[in-house]
Design a protein around this ligand. Structure first.
Ligand code: OAD
Length: 273
């Protein structure tokens, strides 16, 4: 076993002793709930539990390309709540940013589309947005990009935007978010291999229910510690000798680790600024 014991204290020791120089982080909606953005699958507060009013065949239909082509309105009703701009990064985002600042972040793989990783100052080249983001949008038919300012207006009014080529095309416009029935960005596949050279993995705020992202923790080599910061146990984490489970709110878990690392003050300062 690599860790002295299965605890955050042992993880902190492992980092401060210089054994963790290439940390990979895998995140999901749970790291953004403290910013006021709902996650998807939490029973009371998750988006999927609150989509009943939209009369969808299944909650996931809102992110389904085939459904979107028939009925794009529900996505745009939801987009209003998810659209980046009014949200502030959480302690968990800032902790990842601190890892980058200290030269310890090997790669961040996020499923989130809220752009809060960039807002927290994590260098873009260290981020894989596995499910895309709201940063750009285009026509789903002819792929012509759609201007950001006009997109913002459409989202604010929950109005479906159409291709700027007008009658010539008429296609629906959609943000570059990966819907079900769409491929993940090439970057996801290109950067996935970096996991095999990681010396520590942190998994935070994800139910690990959506593939292929959900299999990323399986690429962490044997003997490399994996730490889960999540409200619930997910994805078979905890089954390997060097898995550490920090069950609870991820900001609380991250603060605890920062305390053990002697980084707490720096973390809080970065978060406030
Ligand atoms: P989920 O909603 O499936 O899972 C969020 C996980 O975070 C759950 O296990 C929660 O218990 C946990 N959680 C919530 N709040 C937390 C907190 N404050 N601290 C710690 N844990 C917390 O979200 P994802 O796993 O991100 O796809 O979902 C994956 C994909 O499913 C999303 O990217 C989305 C959706 O379909 C697209 O948007 C394309």
């Amino acid at each position: 076993e690599t860790l002295r014991e299965r605890s955050l204290a042992a993880v902190a020791e492992y980092i401060t002793s210089g054994k963790a120089k290439r940390i990979v982080v895998m995140t999901g909606a749970g790291i953004s709930t403290a910013a006021g953005i709902p996650d998807f699958r939490s029973p009371e507060t998750g988006l999927y539990a609150n989509l009943a009013k939209l009369n969808l065949p299944r909650p996931e239909s809102v992110f389904d390309l085939l459904f979107f082509k028939e009925n794009p309105k529900p996505f745009y009703v939801l987009a209003k709540d998810l659209y980046p701009g009014n949200f502030h990064p959480t302690i968990s985002h800032v902790f990842i940013s601190l890892l980058a600042k200290k030269g310890l972040l090997h790669q961040l793989y996020t499923q989130n589309i809220d752009c809060l990783e960039r807002a927290a100052g994590i260098p873009p080249e260290l981020i894989v947005e596995a499910h895309g983001s709201f940063a750009n949008q285009r026509c789903i038919e002819c792929k012509t990009p759609f201007p950001a300012d006009r997109m913002r207006e459409h989202v604010a009014r929950a109005e479906v935007p159409r291709c700027i080529r007008g009658a010539e095309c008429g296609g629906l416009v959609k943000p570059d978010i990966v819907f079900f029935h769409e491929a993940l960005p090439m970057l996801f596949y290109e950067r996935k291999d970096l996991i095999s050279s990681a010396d520590l993995a942190l998994v935070m705020g994800t139910s690990l229910q959506v593939h292929p992202f959900a299999s990323l923790p399986n690429y962490v080599p044997e003997g490399v510690p994996r730490v889960l910061f999540n409200l619930e146990r997910v994805g078979g984490l905890g089954t390997q000798a060097d898995d550490v489970l920090e069950l609870g709110d991820c900001d609380t878990g991250v603060r605890k680790l920062a305390d053990q690392l002697g980084w707490r003050e720096e973390l809080e300062k970065e978060w406030r600024d």
